[in-house]
Each structure stands twice: as structure tokens, then as C-alpha cells.
Write a protein that binds this ligand. Structure first.
Ligand SMILES: *Cc1c(COP(=O)(O)O)cnc(C)c1O
Length: 432
């Protein structure tokens, strides 16, 4: 009935998440409010861990791409579920360390890590630095030398694959700011420089071909291209690399039009490709790393809002304004992301009202969705927008100096706050 099986309707006709009444959550914690189902997140983590065990003899590691949704509680869950963590900034790294995440299972990504971030990462002995470019390789080597260490590195490669997704979130092709290009020889040059670098230990190669991908084909193609490259590396340098990081990008359901893959299907297929490609090209099967982000947290989360003004413009559209907007969810304004929604306190009623769900920011473009179907809503009703567990809280801002909403986690029928609602005092905290 809904885009995620953690959502349902109770006997009062109210929407529930993880069995908890969302109307009660809105009353207890206020709106706007992010709610995530911890049990669903854990289930998703386990599915990835299990898929590597079942299909690849456990010779790999699933690491959570924490930019999707990061806070201390989330880092603890991911660690408990025996996954690694992908961070892309000093702030994400700091959050993970504050949560006690083992640094040897942290992978540090990013196309332009600052010198301070590299100093921090080397000092904290992060498991892998995923090096994006030649300039960064030199910086990592210099920093490692300064601290008297050898740093484990993976090189990010652009395998030249078009994953048929929205161009803003397509990163595997040559026209991308991320990684070393394969076609131009830049990648092989980077490999040789990494091997030659005194304070670097080159562990493997990485690629990430995009996001919200529904087909397994692009992943198969990427796996094949990367194994071939590992064989080329062996032929040209004699070095047989141990690790292959295939990135993330597994699609989730925002609407019924989306048909996500089973996590096990991805790994079953890709493991098969890896094994046959390794045989074909004469290299050993690598330790494999996958980096799901959105698919861990996305459909486990919703956002609750209270309806304010309802503006019906005859022959034009019906604007339903809520107490949140682009500050807590910039994805519609960024890339016209699709969302489904219900009126949480009328969830058993038919969705027969076509609306534009508008935010409260001073921007005409501050919309969460256009042409959306919902129950007939009035001021005071609670609206729940689905599939907001990933890239919502993590992309939120204080535009218009609106405090960020809290994050409430539900588990086993109980709720708890894992990120507090910001206050006005928080808003001026750094003002001098
Ligand atoms: C964003 C990102 C991911 C996660 O992508 P999802 O689409 O959220 O699964 C994984 N790896 C890298 C390097 C990324 O930049």
C-alpha cells in the first residue's frame, strides 16, 4: 500500500511507522520532524552484509555512505551491524569518531579533501583514504611522511559508465569532477605514482557510477571494467591489488514507478561477474567493498509537517503550505525529486485532492512536490512525506534562519530523539 513496508495505518486511521502512531509522534515531538525506523535500517544493513556472505563467501565489506544520513546514533547502529563507514568530510569523520566508530573501518572519500582534513584522517588512522586525484595523492603522501606513517589508499577511478540516471547525480562518466579517468591513461599514471609513493600503501581501486540506479547492468559493466583494469595494473606494474570498491547507488522506492533491485540480486549477479572476469583476465578475486547510502536509510524515514495555509487558486493549483520546506528537504528544488505523501491523521481516506506542497521559505521554488495526490487536508492536519530518510536531514540548512527539525528514531514500538530540534539560541550560536 505504501512505498515502504515500515509504514501502515492503525485502527484510528492514522499513519504508523515501525508500528508507532505518527499523529502521536507529531504531538509529542512537534513538527516539522524527521522520523526514522531503526529496525528497518538494521534490516537493510543486514541484507547487505548477508548478501556478501551468501554470494561472495564473506570476502568483502559493506560500508555505509554516511552522507545519506549521519549522526552519532546512526554511526553506532552501522557499527553494531558490522558495516564499515564512508565519510566525505572532516565533519562526518568527527561525528563517527565521537560515536566511537572504529577508524580502521572508515573510508575517507571526496574530490577535494582539505589539508586539515587529511591531517585529521591520517592522525586518526582511518582505514582507507580514497584518493581522487594526483594533487591529493601528493598531499596524502606528504602528510603521512610528516606523521611517520604509511597510509592505506584506494584510487577512485572513472570507469566511463553511464548509469542512466539524473545527470546531476551521475558520476562514473568522463565528464565528472570525481576520480582518475581510465580512457586517458590518467588512472594508470595515478596507480604508478601511488605505488612509487614512499608513505602510501596502495590497496585497491574504487568506482562509484551514480545514484538511484535500478538496473544491475551498469554495476556488472563497472565490475568487468574494473577487473580488467586490475589486470592491466598487474601486467604493467606487477602489482596485484587486493581490493575492489564498487561504490553505491542502489535505487529506492520514492513512488510506485520505482522498481528497486533486491540487495541480494545485486550481489549475486555482480559476484558472478567478478568471478568470471577474474578468471578471464587472470587475476585473483579481490576483497570487494560496496557502499550503499540511500538504500540503507532512505525508505526508513519520513518527515512530518503541520498544514498551515491552504490556497486554492481556481484553474491553477492548490497550494498547501507546511511548517517546513527546502530547509529540511531541498531535493525537489535541487533535482525535482519525486515524493509520495499522506495526511497522517486521515490516512485511511482516499487521496482525491491534487496539491502543490509548499514550504515556508521566501522562495517561490520552495516546494516539496507538485501535482501530488493527498487526502483533503485542512489547517492543523499532519502531512507525512515518505522516503525522506536519506539526503534530507543531511542536506538540510538554516535558510531563513529556521531551526532544523529533530530526528526521532522508532524501534520496537518506542520512540526516542537522536538529534534534538535546533533552538533560536543554536541559530545565533556562532554570531559574534
Ligand atoms: C554518495 C556515494 C555513495 C552512496 O550513494 P547512494 O546512492 O546513496 O547509495 C557511495 N559511494 C560514494 C563514493 C558516494 O559518493
Amino acid at each position: 500500500m505504501f512505498v515502504s513496508d515500515c509504514l501502515s495505518v492503525n485502527e484510528k486511521g492514522h499513519l504508523t511507522i515501525g508500528g508507532v502512531d505518527t499523529v502521536e509522534l507529531a504531538a509529542t515531538y512537534g513538527t516539522p520532524c524527521y522520523v526514522v525506523d531503526e529496525d528497518k535500517i538494521r534490516e537493510n544493513c543486514r541484507a547487505y552484509v548477508k548478501s556478501i556472505e551468501d554470494n561472495y563467501a564473506g570476502n568483502g565489506l559493506a560500508i555505509y555512505a554516511s552522507k545519506a544520513f549521519n549522526c552519532k546514533a546512526m554511526c553506532k547502529i552501522v557499527n553494531e551491524e558490522k558495516m564499515g563507514l564512508d565519510v566525505v568530510s572532516g565533519g562526518e569523520l568527527y561525528t563517527a569518531i565521537s560515536a566511537g566508530f572504529p577508524t580502521d573501518k572508515i573510508f575517507f572519500h571526496g574530490n577535494n579533501k582539505t589539508l586539515d582534513e587529511l591531517e585529521f584522517a591520517v592522525r586518526e588512522n582511518v582505514g582507507r583514504i580514497v584518493v581522487d586525484n594526483m594533487y591529493e595523492l601528493e598531499n596524502v603522501n606528504r602528510e603521512a611522511k610528516k606523521q611517520g606513517k604509511t597510509v592505506n589508499v584506494i584510487l577512485r577511478i572513472k570507469p566511463g559508465i553511464d548509469a542512466h540516471t539524473h545527470s546531476f547525480i551521475m558520476t562514473g562518466q568522463i565528464d565528472s569532477k570525481f576520480g582518475f579517468a581510465l580512457e586517458t591513461g590518467e588512472a594508470m599514471q595515478g596507480i604508478k605514482a601511488a605505488i612509487a609513493a614512499e608513505n602510501i600503501c596502495l590497496k585497491g581501486v574504487h568506482c562509484h557510477i551514480g545514484s538511484q540506479i535500478f538496473e544491475v547492468m551498469p554495476f556488472e559493466h563497472a565490475a568487468e571494467v574494473m577487473v580488467k583494469f586490475m589486470a592491466d595494473i598487474k601486467a604493467e606494474t606487477g602489482a596485484e591489488l587486493d581490493e575492489l570498491d564498487l561504490g553505491g547507488g542502489f535505487g529506492i522506492k520514492y513512488s510506485d514507478a520505482d522498481k528497486p533491485l533486491e540487495y541480494s540480486e545485486y550481489m549475486a549477479t555482480v559476484a558472478g561477474v567478478l568471478k568470471s572476469a577474474c578468471e578471464k583476465y587472470g587475476v585473483k578475486t579481490p576483497f570487494v567493498i560496496i557502499e550503499p547510502g540511500r538504500s540503507i536509510a532512505g525508505s526508513a524515514g519520513i518527515t512530518l509537517y503541520t498544514v498551515g495555509a491552504v490556497k486554492e487558486i481556481p484553474g491553477v493549483r492548490n497550494y498547501v503550505s507546511i511548517d517546513g520546506g527546502m530547509g529540511d528537504n531541498p531535493r525537489y528544488i535541487l533535482y525535482q525529486a519525486t515524493y509520495e505523501m499522506v495526511c497522517a491523521n486521515k490516512a485511511d481516506k482516499a487521496k482525491d485532492y491534487k496539491i502543490t506542497l509548499a514550504g515556508r521559505c521566501c522562495e517561490s521554488g520552495d516546494l516539496i512536490q507538485e501535482n501530488a495526490m493527498i487526502q483533503r487536508v485542512e489547517p492543523g492536519d499532519i502531512v507525512a512525506v515518505f522516503s525522506t530518510g536519506a539526503y534530507n536531514y543531511s542536506m538540510s540548512s538554516n535558510y531563513n534562519r529556521i531551526p532544523k527539525p529533530p530526528v526521532v528514531m522508532v524501534s520496537g514500538g518506542k520512540a526516542r530523539v537522536v538529534v534534538k530540534r535546533e533552538t533560536y539560541e543554536d541559530i545565533i550560536r556562532n554570531d559574534v
